[in-house]
Design a protein around this ligand. Structure first.
Ligand SMILES: Nc1ncnc2c1ncn2[C@@H]1O[C@H](COP(=O)(O)OP(=O)(O)OP(=O)(O)O)[C@@H](O)[C@H]1O
Ligand SMILES: [Mg+2]
Length: 326
């Protein structure tokens, strides 16, 4: 059976007008338009199987939204192929439209001035969802996302987090098999972010839908995605499990120590880079494969009251990855 999402050598080049300043230049621009080209996505290939939830990560301008727009059929590629559920997205067939959804955290699909409930009705009509099924799904999603009465309030009166939950309901009413989420938690506070994460996790497990998610919040990625595709400058840099990324790109671990009586040794630099020294606590960054040796030496030489070893925060790992692989 083919994968749910198959992408091969997909590229998208945008043409951007180069505008010159000043009146003469403006007139010249009318007759002689100059373009520059932006390679937003360059020969990207990957496959995603049914029921996977994949994090699509990369810095600003990496090509994530462009890829999701291609897979949703909003834009045409410059070259390459893709199928989702056996459909070529940019053919925009109804059979495809009924089976996927795209949610963009930065954009609303709900009408601003009317209650979400009425927008949901509109979705029912567009997707031809039978009354009974519509009611059943709406009830279920409303209770899972705990939005109760809010669906009768004009959308503009809702908080960002509440609105996002409504957007998710709208996108799931027609029971899509594939869900593209472009920064679904952007701008949300930690509590709302967590609520969205928990909902997505639960819903995905229950329905076994295929999800591709972009986010700049590592917590989203950690809590939801086993597999991560890293894109930078339009090209795929890594495709694998999150732990592989940490193993491969995180060269150091952090050792936190509490020295007895606050006696911090003066020669700690020889074990690693001193990140913080706040007696009696110290944080050392140590190369991964030297951690056990360093621990052995420290414990045999000094009186240590407490000790923990942790991975560097994912944010730091990705910051390094994006920086050094440009
Ligand atoms: N409509 C457009 N016209 C011209 N260039 C565009 C257009 N949309 C995106 N680009 C350019 O394509 C590149 C990729 O943009 P894209 O929006 O896919 O990045 P992204 O990975 O989603 O970034 P972010 O994390 O900031 O959302 C960027 O250089 C961007 O400036
Ligand atoms: Mg984007």
């Amino acid at each position: 059976m083919p994968a749910v999402i198959e992408v091969s050598d997909l590229s998208k080049q945008y043409r951007v007008y180069r505008k010159h300043e000043g009146l003469v230049a403006s007139i010249r621009n009318l007759f002689h338009r100059e373009f520059t080209k932006v390679d937003a996505v360059k020969q990207v290939s990957f496959q995603i199987e049914e029921g996977e939830i994949v994090g699509f990560l990369g810095p600003n301008g990496a090509g994530k939204t462009t890829t999701l727009k291609l897979l949703s059929g909003l834009i045409y590629p410059t070259s390459g192929h893709a199928t989702v559920l056996g459909h070529i997205p940019w053919k925009r067939e109804n059979a495809y439209r009924r089976n996927f959804s795209l949610v963009m955290g930065q954009k609303n699909q709900l009408w601003w001035d009317i209650p979400a409930q009425e927008s949901f009705r509109l979705h029912q009509a567009i997707y031809k969802i039978p009354d009974q099924e519509f009611e059943r799904r709406l009830d279920e999603l409303v209770s899972l996302l705990e939005v109760g009465k809010l669906i009768r309030q004009p959308v503009r009166e809702l908080s960002l987090g509440e609105r996002m939950r409504m957007e998710l309901i709208a996108s799931l009413l027609h029971n899509p098999r594939v869900l593209f989420l472009d920064e679904p938690t952007i701008g949300l506070d930690v509590v709302s972010q967590k609520r969205v994460q928990e909902f997505l996790k639960h819903y995905q497990q229950q329905e076994q839908i295929t999800v591709v998610l972009t986010s700049h919040y590592m917590r989203d990625v950690e809590s939801l995605c086993k597999r991560v595709i890293v894109i930078n400058d339009g090209e795929i840099r890594h495709d694998g499990s999150l732990s592989e990324i940490v193993d491969r790109f995180s060269t150091h671990k952090v050792i936190s120590l509490i020295f007895h009586n606050g006696d911090i040794p003066s020669d700690l630099q020889k074990y690693g880079k001193l990140l913080e020294a706040d007696p009696p606590a110290v944080k050392l960054s140590v190369e991964r494969d030297k951690v056990s040796n360093v621990l052995g030496s420290l414990l045999s030489r000094y009186q240590v009251d407490d000790l923990t070893v942790h991975e560097r925060p994912l944010e730091d790992v990705f910051a390094d990855l994006f920086d050094t692989h440009k």
